[in-house]
Every structure is written in C-alpha cells, then in structure tokens.
Design a protein around this ligand. Sequence first.
Ligand SMILES: CC(=O)SCCNC(=O)CCNC(=O)[C@H](O)C(C)(C)COP(=O)(O)OP(=O)(O)OC[C@H]1O[C@@H](n2cnc3c(N)ncnc32)[C@H](O)[C@@H]1OP(=O)(O)O
Ligand SMILES: O=C([O-])CC(=O)C(=O)O
Length: 450
Amino acid sequence: MKKEYIIYKLADKMKHSIHFDADLFSKYDVKRGLRNEDGTGVLVGLTNIGDVNGYERASDGKIIPIEGRLFYRGYNVADLVHNAQKEDRFAFEEVAALLLSGNLPDAEELKVFTDLIHDNMPLDHRTMLHIIELEGNDVMNILARSVLELYTFDENPDDTSRDNLMRQSIELVSKFPTIIAYAYNMMRHHKRNKSLSIRHPQPRLSIAENFLYMLKGKKFTRLDAKMLDLLLIVQAEHGGGNNSTFTVRVTSSAGTDTYSSIAAGIGSLKGPLHGGANLKVNKMIHYLKDEIKDWENEDEIRAMLMKVLQKKAFDKSGLIYGIGHAVYTKSDPRAELLKELAGDLAKEKGRLKEYEFMLRLERLSKECIYEVKGTNKTICANVDFYSGFIYELLAIPAEIFTPIFAMARIVGWCAHRNEELCFLGKRIIRPAYRFVDEYQEYIPICERDN
Ligand SMILES: CC(=O)SCCNC(=O)CCNC(=O)[C@H](O)C(C)(C)COP(=O)(O)OP(=O)(O)OC[C@H]1O[C@@H](n2cnc3c(N)ncnc32)[C@H](O)[C@@H]1OP(=O)(O)O
Ligand SMILES: O=C([O-])CC(=O)C(=O)O
C-alpha cells in the first residue's frame, strides 16, 4: 500500500467511526454544545466578572426574548461607553483595571496603571526578532506562538499566586497590541513586498492610539483612535461561557501556566463561529456587494441570502456570518452600539450607501434564517456584524480584525483565569462523554484482514 493512500484509508474509516444515531443524544440526555433543550447554556460556574443578559424566564420556565444587556463588574457597558464619549477620553485602560480588579480605579490608580501598561508595551528584543525571523501567514497564529514564547522570558512563569497572576495579566494586556502590530507589518512586508516599519510604542499615548501608531505611523486621527478605543471596550469581556473564555477557564482549572492557557484561548477565538466571524462577515459582505447588482432590490438580496443558507453560495457553510447568538435574542447590545457608530462614521466618510446595504442585509438575513431553519428562537445581529465595517472605515486591514478582538478580550481572559485559579472550592473542569460503541475482543495482528 502506498504511503499517500493510508491517509485516505484512515480518513474513510474515521468517517464510519464518527457516526451517532440522532436519538442517542436525547436517550442519554446529552447537553450538546453544553446547551439545554431550549438552547440556553448549561450552568457550569459562578462569576463576579461579566453578566450577559439575553432572555428572561416566564413562570412556566419558557424563554422570554429581551433586548440584550451586558455588564462588566455590575456596570452597564452602554454606560461605560457613553460616559467615555461624553468625557471625550480614552477608557479601555480604565475598563481593563475594572475587569481585572473588580473596582473602577480613582484618578491616581488609573494614572499609575496606565504608566505600568506603557512600561510593559515594548517587547523583549528576542520576541521581536522571532516575529521578524519566523514570519508567518496568520496574525492569530503568530500571536499564539509569541504568547507561548513569553513563558521563556518570564522569570516566574508557573507561579499562580494572586500577585504574580496580576503582573502577568497586565504584561499581556500591554504586549498584545505591540505583537499584533509588528506581526501584521512583518506579514505585509513579507507577502506584499511593502517596507517594514517597527515603531516603538510611545509613552503618552493610549493603547488605541499606540496601536494605530505602531501599525501605520501618524496616518490616523483622534476620532479614529476613539472609535478603536470603543471597539476594544465592547469586546473586552463576555462572561465565562463564551468559547474562548471557557477554553481559558478549562485549561486554567488544570493549573497550567498563563501563557499556555491564553494561547489556547487565542486558538478558540480564531474560529469562524466565534471571534473569527468578523473576518468572515467582511469577506461575505464583499462577496454580496459583488454578486448583487442592485443593493436596494430586496428580492435580489433575499434570493442571494437564500443561496448562502442553502450552501450554494459564498463559503457553502450555510451560515450568514454576524447573525445569531448563543445568549442574545432581540439584540446584542454591542451590535446596537456599533451600528450607531458605523452610521455616524459612514456618513462622515461618504459611505452611507454601503451602510444602508448592511442594515438591509441584517433585516433580510434574519427573515431568511427564520424561513429556512424554521427556528422559533428570536435572533439578532451579533457584535461581529458591524465591527468589520467600522475597521474598514478606519482603514484597518482585514487580517487583523480578529487579532484586535483578542487585543480586547485578553482582559476578560485574564480576569476569568485569575478567578478560576483563586476561588475557594475550585475543581478541575471535567464533564463526561458516554461511550456508545460496542466493546471488542482483541484480534492478533496476524489474524486481521482490513
Ligand atoms: C463573538 C462571537 O462569538 S458572536 C458569534 C459569531 N458567529 C457568527 O456570527 C457565526 C454565525 N452564527 C452562528 O453560527 C450561530 O448563530 C452561533 C454559533 C453564533 C450561535 O449558535 P446557536 O446558539 O447554536 O444557534 P441557534 O440555536 O440560535 O440556532 C438555531 C438554528 O439556526 C441556525 N443558525 C443560527 N445562526 C445562523 C446563521 N447565522 N446562519 C445560518 N443559520 C444559523 C443554526 O445552525 C441552527 O440550525 P440547525 O438546528 O439546523 O443546526
Ligand atoms: O458569548 C458568546 O458566545 C460569544 C460572544 O459574543 C463573545 O464572546 O463576545
């Protein structure tokens, strides 16, 4: 047998060994995807960090859809965003301090915390050299690789005491923007022959400004940086159950080091059903803009969306990216905030026609999903639907849409890791899988005929 053939042979056998009768799930009361029968998440923990509200329960236990609300340490995120806008200041650092510590910092604490972030933004020259030397073709993978490497340069990497965890958390929040900006610039240089710029972070700039500066020098406005700051705030945390944060909690519960756990979270966030959806939305919108001749013709839009849902168009997954959510029903509060911002920005940049096309797509996608899936769950646009459009208006390249999500979510991941490792009564996370195949008698190799 040829070596190449063994791959196909093993894969073919695997095809038969991964089949389960659909009725086995209900027979054994399996919580597929850790979901209850009504689609809500199985309760697996307690947290003091984020609160994601997407529905209420009627007295008969049925779900009542509501407008979504998101709280960080008990504060409504919409209030945090609107106050930052009203006071015309950058607030991602303040939100990071709040999420990591549990308290809104006072002016002195915030200043010292921000100074500490600036101190930690530069990379060890070996990390920087490895980003340049090893190159790479995906910023999320380069980010994960660089985070794993930080273990080597940490003098106390395995210590899970509270002080050490907080030090590591602040260092990670500080270093993510630098790694992402350098990784992207290196990739651009390598893949597109563009000049390579390594700009050092500047001490008096906010994280959002510093990131844009490291990415593209002085080619950004204060308004651009304020938009990015708001995007970072709304993506910083989303409870313990979202796929990447849960990954961080699961790996942390085994007692592994911070860098291994965070690298696992990055891998999860990259998935197109989770944070990677922002890149998919961007590609999907470009595809639809090219394929649909008249952006105002609802029949034409509907027909194309139906093709997407029937796996005949776009990536043939049958998904309309940026629509649907595991918790939210009537609305994702982050999508609502971003929709408003996208409208203002589109007007300013003369791209209202595209914005109106997005609004139309959002409305018609929901209608088409109801029609095709026959689901009675109320669905809405999620945070990823409008974030990519705003990044594009800010001239941020698509390759770093998901990495920017990671730059924000590193805060939530660290807060949850620290909670998982420090709460009294913690347990290693270990759910169960029921074996449903047949038990076999061992067959000596000379008697097998495959
Ligand atoms: C930051 C974030 O992670 S936000 C989410 C980003 N992800 C996306 O935008 C990807 C597109 N959306 C989806 O895949 C889903 O809506 C998820 C993964 C976000 C949530 O999944 P679930 O909670 O399991 O979905 P839900 O129970 O509401 O789905 C019911 C049915 O509608 C389908 N559905 C839900 N959303 C979509 C969608 N956007 N396109 C097509 N079908 C959809 C489901 O596949 C399911 O169909 P099935 O019963 O035939 O399998
Ligand atoms: O909560 C989820 O399942 C996904 C999500 O929106 C996030 O992580 O921001």
